[in-house]
Design a protein around this ligand. Structure first.
Ligand code: GTP
Ligand code: MG
Length: 195
């Protein structure tokens, strides 16, 4: 698939601000700081489209990007960031839940995990929910540039074991710096959009 156009359709701090139409959506979920916004920028070849930060808790809204006037990619706020107030945490969780549980446009959810570490308990809960909800269970293992290539298998195995995944083909090692696996994921997204 070729990315011909990208438009920020909506920035939603409340569920009432989610776009009200039928465009299908592919969402990217994962822990705060795992690299969701960086992935979107790199995947779309737009350096500063989604705001990123070395400090967790950067994305606080749900951001909807229209691609090729055909479907949307959705950048979600991260979970698992301890250093925010309880009220703020509840607000984000509420927003994420409202999106994931109730959004009819949602066609597929990718879970992003950091390739360097075993997925957390919250990652596992999120993954179980993704599978239970009938989504395929694709995983993007981010920050691939931070491990030696010779360790790839070991890290993928660890992710498979922790998340209880049998099919290695569901996991894509990704680097938003080198864009490793971008073309494979572009093809995968095309399959999803056309299915
Ligand atoms: P929240 O919005 O807080 O949920 O975080 P996020 O998941 O959107 O993470 P973000 O994209 O803001 O990236 C967090 C940090 O990780 C930034 O400092 C990025 O530069 C860095 N980062 C993300 N992806 C990669 C990657 O593939 N390789 C390297 N080396 N750094 C990355
Ligand atoms: Mg972000």
């Amino acid at each position: 698939m070729k990315i011909k156009s990208v438009n920020l359709d909506q920035v939603a701090g409340f569920a009432s601000q989610f776009p009200n139409d039928d465009f299908e959506e592919i969402a990217f979920a994962g822990r705060s700081n795992v690299g969701k916004s960086s992935f979107i920028n790199s995947f779309l070849d737009k350096k500063n489209l989604a705001k990123t930060s070395s400090k967790p808790g950067k994305t606080k809204t749900i951001n909807f990007y229209k691609i090729n006037d055909k479907f949307r990619l959705v950048d979600l706020p991260g979970y698992g960031y301890a250093k925010v107030s309880k009220t703020e945490k509840e607000k984000w969780n509420n927003l994420i839940h409202k999106y994931l549980y109730e959004r009819e446009n949602l066609k597929e959810v990718f879970l992003l995990v950091d390739i360097r570490h075993a997925p957390t308990k919250q990652d596992k809960e999120m993954y179980d929910w993704i599978i239970d909800s009938g989504f395929t269970g694709f995983v993007i293992a981010t920050k691939y540039d931070k491990i030696p290539k010779t360790h790839l298998k070991k890290h993928i195995k660890e992710i498979m074991k922790t998340l209880n995944i049998d099919d290695e083909g569901l996991i894509f090692a990704y680097s938003s710096i080198t864009s490793h696996n971008k073309n494979v994921l572009l093809e995968q997204v095309e399959v999803i959009v056309n299915s």
